[in-house]
Design a protein around this ligand. Sequence first.
Ligand code: FE
Length: 253
Amino acid sequence: MNPKRNALLFAVALFIILFVVLTFIRNYELSIVPIITSNQTSQDSMPSSYSPDVSLPSKRYTPKEFAIVMGPKKLSDKQIKDHKELYAGYVNKRNEIDEALQTVDKSKANQSYSQLRGLKVAETFARNGALLHELYFENIGTGTTMGEKTQQVIVKNFGSVQAFKEDIMATAISARGWVLTCYNLDDNRVQNYLLDAHNETVPVLTIPLLAVDTYEHAYMIDFGINRKEYLNILWDNINWNIVEERVKQWEIS
Ligand code: FE
C-alpha cells in the first residue's frame, strides 16, 4: 500500500465522519431551539393574574364644587372650607387606590395582611368618604322648606316630622361617622341608619335621601365638642329641595 494514498484516504474518511457528526449536532439544535422558543413565547404571552389589565383603564375622579348658602345661624366659612379640603382628599385617595389595584399582586392575597387586603379596605373607605360628603354638601344650605312628597314620606314612616327629627337627632348623637336617612329597596320603608365610619355599618339595598356628617371634623372648629349645637344648626340648614328631588327620583310614596 502507498503510504501517501493511505494518509489521503484517512483524511477523507475523517472529514466525512466530522461532517456527519457536525451535521447531526446542527440538526439536533435546530430541532430543539424552536421548542424552547415556543415554550418561552407561550409563557410570556400567558395572562398573568397580577399584570395590569390595559383593557380596563382606571377612572379619574374630580372633586365637585358646592355653593353652600346658609342662614344667619350657620357653619363658619373656615369650617366648611376645611371640610371641603378633607373631601377632596378622599377623592384623590380614591384615584390613587383605583390605580394601585390595577397592578397589585393578587397571588399574595391574605386575610391577615396583604397589599390587596389593605387596598380593598381602603377602597370602600375612600369611595364612601367621597360619595357621602357629596351627598352631605348637596343637602345642606338654607332657604327651603320641606317638600310635600318628603313630608308625606316622613309622616308615613315616622308618624310626624317632629318624631323624625327626634329620631335623626338621637341617631346622630349616637353615631361616630354618619347618619343617613335611607329608603329601603327591600321593604319600601324609610329609616335613619348610623354609620360608625364611611365603610362601617353601611346598610345595603338602601338609597340615601339625607346625609348628616357626625365626624368631629364636621363641627369642631365652630362648636368644639358640642355636637348638639352643630346638629341644631344643621337642622335649620337642610336643603329640603335636594331631599325632595331624591324622594321623587326614586318614586317613594
Ligand atoms: Fe366629613
